[in-house]
Design a protein around this ligand. Structure first.
Ligand SMILES: C[S@@+](CC[C@H](N)C(=O)[O-])C[C@H]1O[C@@H](n2cnc3c(N)ncnc32)[C@H](O)[C@@H]1O
Length: 344
């Protein structure tokens, strides 16, 4: 980087040529401008009739030095200007390539290619809300939902907590052809998810609400749900375990994501303490998705011990004592899990 003034923002040098330069000339121009910034891009514009070279840097380029660098190459005048403040992460993500996840195909608004006929297609841009399908936590949920659908289970009332862009709510609405509620505690996400629902033709099928966990009155009033997705993080999932257990229907499934493999045990324990158990799990890189269901109660499991003859009573007593011991262990486990839930 050559001399200049630090501004805290970005600066750009833009050189537009009203023609497509020869390869050699283009390279010379790029080499001359490259030292003035940290990133250079060079591309055709105006349907290939013209060319643009852009250099971005954190320091204001010195006009005299830029002119001096270009002078030996001809009569060129580059524009130097501060770059307007932007969310650069969102900007760079906007152009992410489309992707497939199980039966889903997700693309941004910039996608101009053909859309697959045999997939459920969503248009979702990266921006203020999380959930373009690229992150393992989202992808894992999409794959888990696809597996539930493949198993033939029918879901009539799904709920998506921490909906972000709305992607999982849309996935459930399309997979199971039912209305879905999506909730998020972030106002921007709620706005974005509503916009995305309209964009994807799901405005009337997906209702997006501002909700901290399961607190929104509309969610409490609609419970029980037979399918709940929650891609949040391990600690909020643990904290929300009792509320999830309250809204999940008897044969329901809960798809939990946002946890790392090494957090599985704690998340599972907190939910086991609420009467849920693991149905299946998916692992994508270091991330894990847990699919839970209600634990089936084994009715009358201890009854035979009461019918033992006197001779067997002492053995039965031991069994009962063992059973009692294991129950109190379960109780301890519950307390530990509840504690870990509260702690987090
Ligand atoms: C990891 S993103 C998941 C977005 C999307 N569901 C996906 O799978 O890609 C987590 C989302 O949960 C929201 N969130 C975090 N804690 C929450 C809570 N307690 N209640 C509701 N939403 C929450 C965040 O605002 C964020 O939009």
């Amino acid at each position: 980087m050559t001399g200049g003034v630090m501004t805290g923002g970005l600066w750009s040098i833009v050189l537009e040529l009203p023609y497509k330069p020869a390869e050699e000339d283009r390279q010379r121009l790029e080499l001359a401008l490259e030292p003035f910034g940290e990133a250079l891009s060079s591309f055709e514009i105006d349907d290939g009739k013209a060319w643009k070279i852009e250099v971005f840097g954190e320091t204001k380029p010195d006009r005299r030095l830029v002119d001096a660098a270009l002078k030996p190459l001809g009569k060129f005048k580059a524009q130097i200007a501060p770059v307007p403040a932007k969310d650069w992460v969102a900007e760079s993500q906007k152009n992410l390539p489309s992707l497939s996840a199980g039966p889903f195909f997700i693309h941004g608004s910039h996608h101009t290619g053909r859309l697959p006929q045999n997939k459920i297609v969503f248009e979702i841009d990266a921006g203020m809300a999380f959930g373009t399908g690229r992150h393992e936590t989202t992808r894992g949920c999409l794959l888990a939902l696809a597996r539930l659908a493949e198993s033939g289970q029918k879901f009539r009332k799904p709920l998506d907590i921490g909906t972000g862009t709305g992607i999982l709510a849309f996935a459930m609405a399309r997979l199971f052809k039912v209305p879905v509620i999506g909730g998020d505690n972030d106002k921007d996400s709620v706005r974005v998810a509503r916009e995305n629902a309209a964009l994807n033709g799901l405005k009337s099928a997906v209702r997006i609400l501002l909700s901290d966990g399961y607190r929104a009155a509309a969610i409490r009033n609609q419970a029980p749900f037979d399918l709940v997705c929650a891609n949040i993080l391990a600690n909020p999932l643990i904290e929300l375990a009792p509320s999830l257990a309250k809204v999940l229907g008897r044969n329901g499934r809960a798809v939990l994501s946002g946890l790392l493999r090494n957090q599985e045990k704690d998340v599972l324990a907190a939910h086991e303490a609420q009467g849920l158990e693991l149905d299946f799990r998916l692992r994508l890189k270091e991330w894990s998705v847990l699919v839970l269901k209600r634990r089936v109660k084994m009715a009358g499991a201890k009854k035979p011990a009461a019918k033992k003859s006197a001779a067997r009573k002492s053995a039965a007593g031991k069994t009962a004592a063992k059973a009692k011991g294991s129950k109190s262990k379960t109780a301890q486990k519950k307390t530990a899990a509840q504690k870990s839930g509260r702690r987090s």
